[in-house]
Design a protein around this ligand. Sequence first.
Ligand SMILES: C[S@@+](CC[C@H](N)C(=O)[O-])C[C@H]1O[C@@H](n2cnc3c(N)ncnc32)[C@H](O)[C@@H]1O
Length: 269
Amino acid sequence: MTSTPERLQAPEGKSRLIRHFEKSSIEKHNDAWTDLWDTDNSDMWDRGKPSPALIDLLEQREDILGPIAADGRRKTVLGCGKGYDVVMLALHGFDVVGLEISQKGVSAAEEYAATELKMPEEHNFGGSWTSKHERGSVSFIKGDFFKSDSADGKKFDVIYDYTFLCALHPTMRSQWASRMADLLIPGGLLVCLEFPLFKDPDHPGPPWPLQGVHWNLLAEGGDGIMYPPTSDQKGDLGRVNFERKWYIKPERSYESGQGADMLSVYARK
Ligand SMILES: C[S@@+](CC[C@H](N)C(=O)[O-])C[C@H]1O[C@@H](n2cnc3c(N)ncnc32)[C@H](O)[C@@H]1O
């Protein structure tokens, strides 16, 4: 059993979420997430709406994620929770697959999608955007992101990550990066809303502080464990599967990350 190193444990004033994960070993974190869903505790992270930063990226920077690929609409996968971003991306013309470990989470997402697609709320769109694309499809898979068959063998040309990397214990980060490389087609894009960047690097999670983590993992081939530094942190060029194409400070983001969040877009080599 791997225990959480002392230096990664929580200081006083820790949140309910941190206390919940302190109680379980790293190997049992999947069960710990499922347990939170099963006991109706998804309010600990649920923001109740899709990401304003992703909406603005889609609508204002069509040079990045659009135009829609010739072989059909582009497919996207998320560690998706209730599916707000899955539905919003479909409303912008993408065929979207949401991946989630919890069956209850998948059921909540299916219910949200059924209602929202019938009568989409304004929060799915920016101010003056009018759709040029037909609505895409929505589906959800219950599965473990880290299992090689979790996405039914599918590969994706866009993957969006928000509060998935920061939900994982730091020792899982290099596996997160390899799995992203497996799931993307060459040239495919990994879009990350980097959060939380304001949190001290030695504070515990989830959400685990991510200052410098995406760059270290994806551009430097490091293990993404920024605190305390490890011998593997400097990186290994053999593991560099990504190139950062865009790094954008979004004008709008969720309140919890407003002014600090960054959007990074990495291309799979
Ligand atoms: C912090 S929540 C964020 C959810 C979503 N991105 C949102 O903003 O509402 C992390 C989610 O990842 C799911 N999750 C955790 N580990 C997972 C895994 N190994 N595979 C798939 N989903 C996982 C959890 O059940 C939870 O719904």
